[in-house]
Structures are given as structure tokens and as C-alpha cells.
Design a protein around this ligand. Structure first.
Ligand SMILES: [Zn+2]
Length: 444
């Protein structure tokens, strides 16, 4: 009796101490999934097909994330990283015409303002960032590493910073094409074949042909992320995947034929209702479910790695919505479809829906979460409504006017990036983002 009584007292004291200690965030992990959409996540969660995302929803805050025009992922992910509009950050399209009159992709050096990991790294916070759009050539950060988005498709040591990481990460690559069939099986990704298409294919044919290559890239990044998360611990860790986006770009062609035809007919007659679109969304979710399951398994791994002091953010840059016969996000005639935002960790409210968040709020929220002032020249603000009142009382928000004083550190790598430029341009043509010779078959 006495022993169990003492045990109860000890347990009670420990519990009280835990309550009295204000929650603190020591680490932020951001997982980015291009094109993940609330209208597809929600039906899949309801069907029990995304258990990790369901856990995130019930243990944290969830809501739609407002996206912006022009709805191009390179611009949008730069806004997520900087908290700023494209007019401020300077990445205004996929490509530009350089002084020699050649169309080249934007690169890291074209960005005019700092990302949250650059701001934090300068302030002594260790950061690690993988696969972010337009992060090549990687900036030479004082406290941290960058695996640029060129790493996944180019065996160049200068695709990562510091370059010494390259020899460690390069062997983790999924060999292409040798290893891809096995990897698709392991990931439960079906063999989407043009002959099985229910809706005739056009531009999406190129994406379908390159799909195994895109999958191998994401698995490579997943492996590199696992390795660095375990072996190079940092306070702010960010990694990016694109499978939901790429899959959604061709999934219209695998919708239920009858349902698709009815929807198109109703849209033409002007009688399309919200419930018709919701029904088509559920069928679209069925087609893209394997890519969302990939996302869910990745989230599950990081959920299991959390230590009670980590703020986990999962977000996308835009969603996908049915419009004029297909699921899209970049049609200039439609408003940009919302992305998703999940937050969980110490101080985050449990099971709440957060409304009105936008891409520009992510960087200020990360700064606030890791205990640094938000910047007044950012176009978003920390998402305080996702935090418990007690947390906000113990951790009041601070501000600085700007972090942009002084030049940002940029790679001074000279020489040609022609090989990487060509691969990026090829990729953008495949996705139909820039004009290309679409009829010619090409190797990825
Ligand atoms: Zn995107």
C-alpha cells in the first residue's frame, strides 16, 4: 500500500512538474508535398486510407492553405520559403531570357531575399533543406546544409552544400531505370498505362512516360532525408516531395468514364453542382491514392521520430480542382486551388481546424516556432491561432523590421550549368509548364 501510495505521489509530482514547465519548441520539421489538395486529402482520410495524416489532424491543427497567382510551383515554394510575394522575392516564372538571349531556368542566385533557413542559419540555428525548388546552385550557409533540387537528377557534387555530403548521399540514389520497377512495387505505385486510360490522353502522355523517373527521384530524396535526419541533426529541417502533383497532372485520364462524362456534360449545360464535383473528387482521390499513401508513409516516419519538442509542419503549395474537363491548378481562368496545412507539436492546439492561412504565413510561423522574431517585411504572419493561449503567454511574439540587411550569401560557383539547365527545361516541358516539342518521344 505504502509503496503504491508513494508511487502515486511521485507520479503526481512528475505530472505537475510537466504541467508547470511551459511547452517549448526545440526543433521544426517541415515536410512539403507539391500539389496536395484538401478536397482529396479529406475523403481519403475519411476512408481511413491516410492514417498518419489522420493522426496529425487529431493531434494538431489542420486547414486549407491559400495559394496565389501565377500558380507556378517554383514561385510558390519560394514564397513559402521567404514569406514574401513574387514581386519581392524576384522568382516570377519558371524561366527567363539571359543576357545572351538564351532561355534558362531561374536559379538560387536569382532570388532577391532570404529564405527562413538562410535567416536562421545566419543567426546560429542549424538548418538542413532538401530538394527545394530553385535552390541550385546551393547557397553556402554558415550553419547547415542544402541538398538542392538539382541533386536528384544530376550527379554533380556542387548540387549539395557542403560538397562533402555528396559522396555520402550519392549511393542512396534509386538507380534509374534499373531499380525503378522494384521501387514502384515496394511503394505500391500502380503501372498507369496509356492503354488503360478512360479519358483520351494528350499532353499528359509525356508525364506518364516520365512517371517512373519522377517516382525514383522522390524515393531518392526520401532516402537522403532519412539519412540526413538521422546523421546530421539540425534544429530546422525541411524537405520537399512532388509525387502528389505529378500524379494529379495525369490522373484525370483514369477517372471513371461515366462519372467523368456526366460531369463534363453538366459543366457544359451550366448545371454542375458542388455535390457533383465532390463525387468526382472522390473518384479522383481513388486514382491518386497511391501517391497520397506515399506522402502518408513519409509523414508516419517523421511522426514516429518526434520527441515532444518538435513542431511538425506538413504543407503543399496549391491543390488541384476540376475545371473545364480536367483537374488542374495553373489555369489562368480559375482561382488557385487551396493547398493543405497540418501543424502538430508542443503548444499546438489539438484537433482544431485553422482557417485563412496562406503560403506567406509559413516562414513567419517557423521563425516564431523556433523562438526568433517575425519580420515586418514578410507578407504573412505567424499562425498564432494554431497555438494554445498558454503557449502564447509564455512565448510572446517578437518582431524585427526586416532580415534583409546586408547581402544574402549566394553560391559563387562559376562555369556552366548547361547540363542541369537542360534537365530542368526538359522537366518543365514534360509537365507542360513551358512550351516544348511535345510530340517527340524522349528519354527522361
Ligand atoms: Zn506545385
Amino acid at each position: 500500500m505504502r509503496l503504491s501510495g508513494r508511487l502515486a505521489v511521485v507520479t503526481l509530482v512528475a505530472a505537475l512538474a510537466a504541467c508547470a514547465r511551459p511547452a517549448r519548441i526545440d526543433r521544426v520539421v517541415l515536410l512539403g508535398f507539391d500539389g496536395a489538395a484538401p478536397n482529396l486529402v479529406e475523403p481519403l482520410v475519411a476512408e481511413g486510407r491516410l492514417p498518419a495524416l489522420r493522426r496529425l489532424m487529431t493531434s494538431g491543427a489542420y486547414g486549407p492553405l491559400k495559394s496565389y497567382e501565377p500558380n507556378k510551383s517554383g514561385i510558390l515554394w519560394t514564397s513559402i520559403a521567404t514569406g514574401k510575394t513574387m514581386l519581392k522575392h524576384g522568382i516570377v516564372d519558371w524561366t527567363y531570357v539571359n543576357q545572351q538571349g538564351i532561355t534558362v531556368p531561374y536559379e538560387d542566385r536569382g532570388r532577391r531575399v532570404k529564405t527562413y533557413w538562410e535567416i536562421l542559419s545566419e543567426r546560429g540555428v542549424a538548418t538542413g533543406t532538401l530538394n527545394w525548388w530553385i535552390s541550385y546552385p546551393p547557397a553556402p550557409l554558415p550553419n547547415g546544409y542544402v541538398v538542392s533540387n538539382a541533386f536528384k537528377r544530376s550527379e554533380q557534387a556542387d548540387s549539395v552544400h557542403p560538397p562533402g555530403l555528396f559522396a555520402l548521399l550519392n549511393p542512396l540514389r534509386v538507380p534509374f531505370p534499373a531499380g525503378v520497377a522494384d521501387e514502384m512495387k515496394r511503394q505500391g505505385i500502380p503501372d498507369y498505362r496509356e492503354e488503360d486510360a478512360t479519358v483520351p490522353m494528350n499532353a499528359a502522355r509525356q508525364i506518364l512516360k516520365s512517371y517512373p523517373y519522377y517516382l525514383s527521384q522522390d524515393v531518392t530524396i526520401d532516402r537522403a532525408s532519412d539519412y540526413l535526419f538521422a546523421n546530421r541533426p539540425v534544429q530546422v529541417f525541411s524537405t520537399y516531395f512532388r509525387l502528389p502533383d505529378v500524379t494529379s497532372h495525369f490522373a484525370t485520364h483514369f477517372l471513371d468514364k461515366q462519372l467523368y462524362d456526366e460531369t463534363v456534360a453538366k459543366e457544359a449545360a451550366g448545371t454542375l453542382k458542388a455535390e457533383d464535383v465532390a463525387r468526382l473528387d472522390r473518384d479522383f482521390a481513388r486514382v491518386v491514392a497511391p501517391a497520397y499513401a506515399f506522402m502518408d508513409r513519409t509523414v508516419a516516419k517523421y511522426l514516429d521520430r518526434l520527441d515532444g519538442k518538435t513542431l511538425l509542419i506538413v504543407c503543399s503549395d496549391h491543390g488541384f480542382r476540376y475545371f473545364h474537363g480536367r483537374y488542374n491548378h495553373a489555369n489562368p481562368d480559375m482561382s488557385p486551388p487551396d493547398g493543405v496545412l497540418f501543424m502538430a507539436g508542443p503548444g499546438i492546439r489539438r484537433g482544431v481546424r485553422v482557417e485563412g492561412a496562406g503560403l506567406y504565413d509559413i516562414a513567419p510561423t517557423i521563425l516564431f516556432g523556433i523562438g526568433q522574431p517575425a519580420a515586418e517585411d514578410m507578407d504573412g504572419a505567424p499562425l498564432l491561432r494554431a497555438f494554445d493561449p498558454g503557449y502564447l503567454e509564455a512565448n510572446p511574439m517578437r518582431h524585427v523590421a526586416s532580415y534583409e540587411g546586408g547581402e544574402r550569401r549566394k553560391s559563387d560557383a562559376s562555369g556552366s550549368h548547361r547540363e542541369i539547365d537542360e534537365k530542368v527545361l526538359q522537366d518543365l516541358k514534360t509537365l507542360g509548364y513551358i512550351a516544348g516539342d511535345d510530340d517527340k518521344p524522349k528519354a527522361p
